[in-house]
Design a protein around this ligand. Structure first.
Ligand code: DGL
Length: 285
């Protein structure tokens, strides 16, 4: 290690135990938080879910940017060492703007997902399922083509998956029926790789896998993002090696509404025993 690099790491020692800020439009980003918890278990995390203003997937770019800026300002008050935009829609519409407004290292879920899809595809045909906003933004296509310009990207918005997942219908004939309708055109298009480009979709991965068939690889941006986050923390010298102290509140949750409902859903995703979520007025930031 060069002297300069060593010094940077030493300078950052005090920052290692600061939390990572993770945010989403609501509960879906917990699938990203779950991956971070699995892959880098020593890290403290502050999660914010914008449960009062969800969904983002049907909102305009301007609105999603405004909401995301407010959340960034809230997380800045919590002294986070890095930020993960766990929401695909916010990553698609707002990440570039947020990067301009902060020195805190910040990553979204779209780039890691796009990169993994490029590595996974053999025939150069990649599908993306996501919210209307993410599909309309064309962001996955942009990132994929930056790496491999000849890749064909086929996007399909699947808006009903979000409420179906939130209703707990993860394995249900209704979800199967809707999934067949959404996915049949992707099957016909001959893709060999499919990006689960919305926070909720990993929770119905089995249904999607069954319909798409074995020859289609599913890419989970949540998993890829946790990998990228780990690499980023190491590169910046702020990766936390020390487990939290006994009784320390390692994971803290904030929402903009419906704390009880959030807590209930969160406990079905993260097997951690989430005891409380604090409501904040995000419009104040
Ligand atoms: N979290 C959103 C996403 O990943 C899905 C829910 C919403 O529309 O807000 O795009």
């Amino acid at each position: 290690m060069t002297e300069k690099r060593k010094r940077v790491k030493e300078d950052n020692t005090g920052r290692r135990e600061l939390p990572i800020g993770v945010f989403d439009s609501g509960v879906g980003g917990l699938t990203v938080m779950r991956e971070i918890m699995r892959q880098i278990p020593n890290e403290r995390i502050i999660y914010f879910g914008d449960t009062a203003r969800v969904p983002y997937g049907s909102k305009s770019r301007e609105t999603v940017i405004r909401y995301s800026r407010q959340i960034l300002r809230f997380l800045q008050t919590m002294e986070v060492k890095a930020i993960v935009v766990a929401c695909n829609t916010a990553s698609a519409y707002a990440l570039d703007e947020l990067e301009k407004e902060t020195d805190i290292p910040i990553i979204g879920v779209v780039k890691p997902g796009a990169r993994a899809a490029v590595e996974a595809t053999c025939n150069g045909r990649v599908g993306v399922i996501a919210t209307n906003a993410t599909v309309d933004s064309g962001i996955y296509t942009t990132y994929i083509r930056q790496i491999r310009p000849e890749v064909e990207v086929i996007g399909k918005a699947c808006p009903l998956f979000v409420p179906l997942v939130e209703e707990g219908l993860w394995q249900d004939p209704v979800t199967d029926e809707i999934a067949v309708r959404y996915l049949s055109e992707l099957i016909d298009s001959g893709i060999d790789t499919l990006i689960l480009g919305c926070t909720h979709y990993p929770l119905i991965r089995d249904t999607i896998a069954k319909i798409m068939g074995e020859h289609v690889r599913l890419v989970n941006p949540a998993y890829e993002t946790a990998l990228e986050l780990k690499a980023l923390l190491e590169e910046k010298g702020i990766f936390c090696q020390k487990p939290p102290a006994l009784g320390e509140n390692q994971y803290r949750f904030f929402v903009s509404d419906g704390a009880e409902r959030f807590k209930h859903f969160a406990n079905s995703i993260i097997k951690y025993g989430i005891l409380s979520a604090k409501i904040i007025n995000i419009e104040e930031y």
